[in-house]
Design a protein around this ligand. Structure first.
Ligand code: C5P
Length: 234
């Protein structure tokens, strides 16, 4: 898969999601869709099947984190949904990530891409040190988690666009970086703090950008999506 823009469909119902996706009916490119916890917990596996049936690629962003056996079995269930990308928390450690890979791999050897969340971008260094007792600089922690995920056999990490270049330096060009926190130069930041434009994310080497509100809340979502594609993919 090449560079792509993943649209975060952070809606609380199938109805709202389809009303949004219907706007793209005449768009020459079918958006890659991210389904997060809100939509998945509201609608269950049927929402994945329905969006897939409309021809979209899917990133199922459920960020699994539990004991290895539980994650392995949960991933075996998710492997039947035929998504393109899914994820776990790197903090679950190597045995859990290996269990996730095993569970996700279908009998014919195929599987969705498996990505690790490093430190959430909502966690800053002070909170990490105080609440998690991790006494290292946060960018070192993110790089260490990325290397651990790579050594466990995962395909990439979710990280800030600011970290994507460094992750590629440490883990290789083929190790994928999926980066939220993208904003147009002339748009609202919302609650994101460390943001980058699609063009800058391309420059720094992100493989996929995850874009939510700049597209979902735009007056013309299709135009906003096409602007992202033009800046990031072309
Ligand atoms: O609306 P916005 O563009 O900020 O949406 C970004 C999306 O990426 C949301 O679905 C958010 O949950 C997700 N995300 C994030 N930061 C992370 C991981 C996921 O913003 N570290």
């Amino acid at each position: 898969m090449g560079k792509d823009v993943i649209v975060a469909c952070d809606f609380d119902s199938a109805e709202a999601t389809f009303a949004f996706l219907d706007k793209f009916a005449d768009c020459s490119r079918k958006p890659f869709v991210k389904i997060g916890m809100e939509l998945y917990y509201a609608e269950g596996p049927s929402i994945v099947k329905e969006i897939k049936a409309r021809g979209h690629k899917i990133f199922l962003d459920l960020k699994l984190h539990d004991i290895p056996n539980t994650v392995k079995k949960a991933m075996a269930v998710l492997s039947g949904l035929d998504v393109d990308i899914t994820n776990v928390h790197a903090a679950g450690t190597t045995p859990m990530m290996k269990g996730a890979l095993e569970g996700l791999t279908r009998p014919d050897g195929t599987r969705p891409l498996l990505i690790a969340v490093t430190q959430l971008t909502s966690t800053d260094e002070e909170t990490m040190q105080r609440d998690l007792l991790i006494q290292h600089p946060i960018d070192e922690v993110v790089m260490h988690y990325a290397e651990t995920a790579k050594n466990a056999g995962l395909d990439g990490v979710v990280c800030s666009p600011m970290e994507a270049g460094k992750v590629h330096e440490r883990c290789g060009e083929k190790f994928l970086t999926i980066t939220p926190g993208v904003r147009f130069a002339d748009s609202e930041m919302g609650d994101q703090k460390r943001v980058m434009t699609p063009a800058a994310a391309k420059e720094i080497g992100s493989d996929y950008i995850v874009v939510g509100r700049p597209i979902t809340s735009a007056e013309d979502p299709v135009a906003a999506y096409e602007r992202c594609v033009a800046e990031f993919c072309d």
